[in-house]
Design a protein around this ligand. Structure first.
Ligand code: MTE
Ligand code: MO
Length: 342
């Protein structure tokens, strides 16, 4: 089975890291200029000079609130970082503008209303914050904010332009900042019997309106990846977006992004990662197994019970496109599922 082979390769340090990128990284000093300037963003939204001409206007403050990193100025000097150009969006797509991406969120801990998440989330305190990494590892550790924003983790930060596809059939393209999750697992040293990685998001029954009101869900949010998925180079331990730290609505201070899977497989605001031997349950698969498969790789051929998955709509441009298997990352990940039932 693929897991066992991968496990051995992982233990031997053979898991593939794109070589061209390592070479390129060594020679690169300047960050890519990939962000639309505020002027262009406002123009794109049809706000143009009106909003620019009145900096005290509502729109200007909405813009600042929308994109403000949850950690404020703390660690601001870590951003932006060079882009890993191995990962491209494809000719038919461009980056989604920041204001659109940051005001269209799924984060049920706050609310199910996508356009309201940022407002409810923006003042949520994330400092201090810890991430406990434990289970079948030789060196369990609890990391604080300082630990994961400095040293080798800081040096490993890169920007990646990824496609992102929600099971609800909307899609976007965003520049994430992070390092491969593999780097974190390397530090705690998984044991040879490790097979699955479990992720647990924050729990705050009083402070999080979604956890207070939606008592029928099994809080806190929990997800999982098979170890070969977790150590795949695409799986990003993410601390930033659009060249700055994550605003709360995107899952500050850190989250996972696994872009070949539906968005719910990319859990936000993690407090715990556990390495285990048996396959763990997941929030959505446990509550609605008919609607959300455990693996949930993006698949145009496998309809959701309530809608076809053949098409998706880009939240930025409004364009409708055909869904791509594995969200277009099949050449990198399809081999993980050879011979496996999904
Ligand atoms: N903790 C937690 N993580 C979560 C969710 C959530 O409700 N809670 N929603 C998921 C879903 S369904 C999607 S589509 C993405 C959305 O990420 P974004 O808001 O940063 O675009 O986050 C995923 N991670
Ligand atoms: Mo989603």
């Amino acid at each position: 089975m693929a897991t066992c082979r991968l496990q051995v390769e992982y233990a031997m340090g053979l898991v593939h890291i794109p070589k061209a990128w390592n070479e390129r990284r060594a020679g690169r000093t300047t960050p890519e200029g990939i962000y639309l300037q505020r002027r262009e963003v406002l123009k794109a939204l049809g706000l143009g000079t009106l909003a620019l001409g009145s900096p005290q206007s509502l729109w200007a403050s909405r813009d600042d609130d929308l994109t403000r990193p949850a950690l404020g100025r703390r660690f601001a000097d870590r951003f932006p970082v060079p882009r890993n150009e191995i990962y491209e969006l494809g000719d038919d797509r461009t980056l989604t503008d920041e204001l659109t991406a940051s005001s269209h969120n799924n984060f049920y801990e706050f609310t199910v209303a996508k356009d309201k998440v940022w407002q409810l989330a923006r003042d949520y305190p994330v400092d201090p914050w810890t991430l406990r990494v434990h289970g079948l590892v030789h060196e369990p550790r609890t990391f604080g904010l300082d630990d994961l924003f400095r040293g080798s983790f800081r040096e490993a930060l890169e920007e990646r332009h990824y496609r992102f596809r929600c099971v609800e059939r909307w899609s976007m393209q965003v520049p994430w900042t992070g390092f491969p999750l593999r780097k974190l697992l390397d530090v705690v040293k998984p044991m040879s019997k490790a097979r699955w990685i479990r992720f647990i998001s924050f729990e705050d029954r009083q402070g999080l309106p979604g956890q207070r009101k939606q008592t029928w869900y099994e809080w806190p949010y929990y997800e999982a990846l098979r170890i070969d998925e977790a150590v795949h180079d695409l799986t990003l331990f993410t601390v930033g977006i659009y060249g700055h730290g994550l605003p709360m609505q995107h899952g500050a201070p850190w989250r996972i992004v696994a872009p070949w899977k539906y968005g719910f497989k990319s859990p936000k605001s993690l407090v715990e990662i556990e390495v285990v031997e048996g396959r763990p349950g997941t929030f959505w698969n446990d509550s609605e197994p008919e609607e959300y498969g455990f693996f949930s790789n993006v698949d145009p051929g496998q309809p959701h019970p309530r809608w076809t998955q053949r098409f998706e709509t880009d939240i930025g441009s409004g364009a409708t496109r055909e869904t791509q298997p594995y969200n277009g990352y099949g050449d990198l990940v399809a081999h993980l599922y050879d011979g496996d039932e999904i």
